[in-house]
Design a protein around this ligand. Structure first.
Ligand code: FBP
Length: 548
């Protein structure tokens, strides 16, 4: 297979790692934990994995005899067989989690073996796997994509699936599984860990925080991997479009950005590029805005720019917007419940209010809302073309304003959707380093006999040598939510916080960005080689959230 110059050069890139992961380590136990909410319900559902302590990985120069005894880390470990699964949407850096895991296991015992289950969680149940040898791993180091073993969205939730997993693991001598996934996949990882503990089958389960959406973060997890690279790719494209808009001066660009429910990607891209408008779904919900209100806001900015002779601009639209408009959310909830019970959709199954809203939507959007849910019961928001809906409605509103003498400009538009362009990009140095460290951390948690944990690497705005590594019990991040019409334990999704610094920065600057011609930022492409201030920077979100 012919490889690009970057691919060839990049194979030799040595990811930077926290100092604590470089030599022999010990696992230090912190305080016992509680779930973020619904403690009694979560405790009852996870009797074995609830309340575990947070783990910090320290180099074993810490002088703590007890911890040294318990961790059994560093070299001299017994050989072990481990399975790894990539779950859900692709995110840059997945291959580095696997190579970090591989190197970590081999460092502890060269006879350890790593098996990759093919095509996501279904690979475990169907017993489809490959052994990941050094040759294979070396071909995928520092590359984007999940193609080393593939990914999938099969939900691991039923006892027969867990039992099949035991059969397959026993056949391969596997005593630990690493699940690399988002909030839903890590929830399932914890359900699996709990079941395997109850069955005393000797299989540990460790999760790793993956998703470009950036919504798997909390007090213990600073960011999910892939968010950094994806946002940098989209920001490059938005910057290019802004330069085109500024040059041609004839189009309004409506750019929808992936990210599912949360608006982290749209917000981060806005911070990197300073567009004329960026809608934040969480704000729309908090201000109880209607679709009409959003359209009015955009039309107001278009008219203000037109008054200055600027008939061009950029509007960023988060993928999940539609779900955050309160009336739409109620409609979607009704549709979810209706579609969970029957595959045939009948509009008369909706309440009068929801039915009226449903019938008022453009046909294409209404149809998109009733399409199949993903296996976790989520609306597939990536298929709903909100940017086109907004263009249509803003166009109508501007025509009314023109008739009333309130607007005199031109409204020529282009629409874009950026999502898949960023999910398999070559990981930024940040993601390459972060992911490799996550993989190494997972190996240490396995060596320390832990299960029901997610690997964590923190202190991420510092140089990689100063990052800290550890494990957080998955139950600590859980609460109860309604899914497919039933209450389920799930990892709490992190939405954009309106009192958080990233949103506050946007709010403080957006009036200026709306009407200006010289505030656009053009980030250019991700750089892999060159000065650290160009190549190793974390996202603006991370910096704003964690800088003192
Ligand atoms: P994960 O949550 O599984 O990481 O997926 C993220 C995502 O890229 C979302 O941003 C998007 O809505 C969805 O996946 C698209 O799913 P699909 O890959 O099935 O089209």
């Amino acid at each position: 297979m012919k490889e690009s110059a970057l691919q060839i050069a990049h194979r030799g890139y040595q990811p930077k790692m926290p100092q604590a992961l470089r030599g022999a380590v010990c696992l230090k136990e912190g305080e016992k934990t509680e779930s973020v909410a619904d403690q009694a319900a979560i405790k009852e559902l996870f009797p074995k994995t609830y309340g575990l302590p947070v783990i910090e990985i320290a180099d074993n120069g810490c002088g703590c005899e007890k911890e040294k005894e318990q961790c059994g880390c560093g070299s001299g470990q017994a050989a072990r067989n481990v399975g790894v699964i990539l779950s859900g949407g692709q995110a840059p850096g997945g291959h580095n989690v696997i190579s970090g895991l591989f190197d970590g296991l081999k460092r502890m015992n060269k006879d350890s073996r790593l098996y990759g289950f093919l095509g996501g969680p279904s690979g475990l149940i169907d017993g489809k796997y490959i052994e990941l040898t050094a040759d294979i791993i070396d071909r995928y180091r520092n590359t984007g994509g999940f193609d080393i073993i593939g990914s999938g969205r099969t939900k691991l939730e039923e006892t027969w699936q867990f039992d099949k997993g035991i059969e397959v693991c026993n056949r391969l001598g596997i005593t630990a599984i690493v699940i690399i996934g988002g909030d839903d996949s890590n929830t399932n990882a914890c359900v699996l860990a709990e079941y395997y503990l109850q069955k005393q089958c000797g299989i540990q389960v460790i999760g790793c925080p993956k998703t470009i959406d950036g919504d798997l973060k909390n007090r213990m997890i600073e960011t999910s991997f892939g968010f950094d690279t994806a946002c940098k790719v989209y920001s490059e494209l938005i910057g290019n479009i802004q330069r085109d808009a500024n040059s041609a001066k004839k189009y309004w660009h409506f750019i929808r950005l992936m990210g599912r429910s949360a608006s982290h990607i749209a917000l981060e891209c806005a911070l990197q590029t300073q567009p004329n408008m960026c809608i934040i779904s969480e704000e729309v919900e908090a201000r109880k805005m209607t679709l009409g209100d959003i359209v009015e806001d955009i039309a107001r900015v278009v008219a203000a720019r037109a008054a200055k002779g600027l008939n061009f601009g950029t509007v960023l639209v988060p993928e999940g917007l539609i779900e955050f408009i309160p009336a739409m959310r109620a409609l979607i909830q009704e549709l979810n419940d209706l579609l969970a019970d029957s595959k045939e959709f009948d509009v008369n199954g909706l309440t009068a209010e929801a039915k009226q809203l449903y019938l008022s939507l453009p046909e294409a959007i209404a149809k998109q809302l009733t399409m199949d849910r993903d296996p976790h019961g989520n609306v597939q928001v990536s298929l709903i073309e909100t940017e086109k809906l907004l263009i249509e409605m803003v166009g109508k509103r501007l025509a009314e304003m023109k008739a009333a003498g309130e607007y005199t400009g031109k409204f020529a538009t282009q629409h874009h959707f950026f999502g898949y362009e960023g999910r398999c990009a070559v990981p930024s140095n940040f993601d390459a380093d972060y992911c490799y460290s996550l993989g190494q951390t997972a190996a240490q948690l396995i060596a320390g006999g832990r299960t029901g944990y997610m690997a964590t690497v923190r202190n991420l705005i510092r140089p990689a040598e100063q990052w800290t590594a550890g494990g957080v019990p998955v139950t600590m991040m859980m609460n109860m939510e309604r899914r497919n019409g039933k209450m389920k334990p799930v990892i709490q999704k992190a939405l954009v916080e309106l009192d958080g610094k990233p949103y506050q920065y946007l709010a403080a600057h957006r009036e200026e960005w709306a009407v200006s011609t010289d505030t656009y930022i053009f980030p250019g492409p991700i750089q892999y080689y060159g000065p650290s201030e160009v190549c190793d920077q974390p996202t603006v979100t991370l910096k704003l959230e964690h800088e003192a």
